[in-house]
Design a protein around this ligand. Sequence first.
Ligand SMILES: Cc1cc2nc3c(=O)[nH]c(=O)nc-3n(C[C@H](O)[C@H](O)[C@H](O)COP(=O)(O)OP(=O)(O)OC[C@H]3O[C@@H](n4cnc5c(N)ncnc54)[C@H](O)[C@@H]3O)c2cc1C
Length: 510
Amino acid sequence: MSPPLSILLASFLFLLSISTAAEIQDSFPKCVAKHAVKSQNLRCLLPSKPKPLLIFTPLTESHVQAAVLCAKSLAVHLRLRSGGHDYEGISYTSDFKSAPPFILLDLGKLRAVDVDIRSETAWAQAGATIGELYYRISEKSKTHGFPAGLCTSLGVGGHITGGAYGPMMRKYGLGADNVVDARIVDAYGNILDRKSMGEDAFWAIRGGGGGSFGVILAWKVRLVKVPSTVTVFTVARTLEQGATKTLYKWQHIADKIDENLFMRVLINPAPPAAADSGKKRTIKTAYNGVYLGSAASLLKITKSQFPELGMARNETMEMSWIESVVYMGSFPRGTAPETLLSGKAAFVNHFKGKSDFVKEVVPEAGLEGLWRVMLEEESPLVIWNPFGGEMGRIGEGEIAFPHRKGVVFMAQYLTTWRSDKEDAGKRYEWMNKLYDYMAQYASKNPREAYVNYRDDEIGMNGVNFTSVDAVKWGVKYYKTNFERLVRVKSRVDPHDFFWHEQSIPTSLPK
Ligand SMILES: Cc1cc2nc3c(=O)[nH]c(=O)nc-3n(C[C@H](O)[C@H](O)[C@H](O)COP(=O)(O)OP(=O)(O)OC[C@H]3O[C@@H](n4cnc5c(N)ncnc54)[C@H](O)[C@@H]3O)c2cc1C
């Protein structure tokens, strides 16, 4: 049984009162180092980045209530972390050196997953990884799954509240489209479910981004049907193998092809083929994905609708859905699905990312220009994720995530580097050059962006709780849903307790 709230409150306040500033300064860096593995973006862990006063790891839901009440009474902010994958590290640090002091609420120990195959639903606590949810479903059924992200260490808490796209989005939509209930702690320390929070708040937490409306304790999600055999594939083509023409054609079929097929494209510079070793780097385009069906049926589809790719049987592999999760999570071949329970991340690096939604085909000359920009950078990665299918059928206002009909693909741009010693400024410069270049092909008015690929360069709230820039980034992430999000925020958190650099403001800037 969990201790009563009053005892928790008292012990929490006591803990704070015995910690002098010197004690905190001494023990804090050690604590951060211990927890630092929960950041995917090492750039956000630099010593110059603001650090929390302390890290509080609740063991029960009532601990979360206590954390909200205590932080409020001490006038200290809370940062909420589930899986720690935020692109700007907003869940555990701040962009402002003069950020208000904050406590990090780490939900990593609230990670129970309860799957009920009879009702085809599951409850997953915020600190569970999406990989754990997938694994627990597969333990109970080989023909059920959940349509969310590819990277299996993502925290269910932060991931689903921003949208959560993945290999089954074209058939079933986003993770957030498949949420049927939720438990949250609001700004007053109450635990609310769908009924008690009201439909407006329930709408806002599905796609409205993390850290604005309350602490998500758990999601109740609807499971979806998967076949007992699915087919995965990676088909790589370089410029010398006709990559430009093939990618041009891909854009014509990406959002229209069979909805059981998710075929994304990973684009990066690669060494020249051995025979051309005197030459400069080339561009590699890797078509990578999952088909919810047999290899024979996949090959029939690609042969008739995308013959330019020339997909061969030996570039495909049949397996169970849970094995496909491991494959798409970029684990080494042969990794057992049990690895999903470790919450281990396959990608930890220094990186900067940005996103675009593309609604028109990029012509061949445009692709050639993109290759030129990419070849200027040491380790860039561009990923194009196809939309269409269910994504186009769900209305823009159904949940807060608005990027729907007409999107051919979402583009993600990344540049990565290994060491703190490298010149991050140069990486940012290059990223902005690429982003400027792609402006001509990206969505316009607004140029849309994915909140789960958070980008502080598109605008931030002011450090004094002002929201001068909010319209700039707000409409990019949420389009016309932004105004409704502001209305919900002003009702559920009028004093802006859940504040961060891109939290939904309580009013629109004048
Ligand atoms: C390597 C990598 C791969 C990715 N792959 C995909 C993908 O395939 N599909 C996709 O859609 N996205 C993907 N993403 C983006 C990912 O969905 C977001 O970064 C997401 O916000 C991560 O959630 P988290 O809980 O792990 O992160 P956190 O950093 O813990 O949280 C992210 C945000 O949510 C808030 N938050 C966290 N927990 C809670 C909570 N319990 N209640 C309320 N707010 C909370 C935080 O304050 C922060 O604003 C990827 C990111 C990385 C780094």
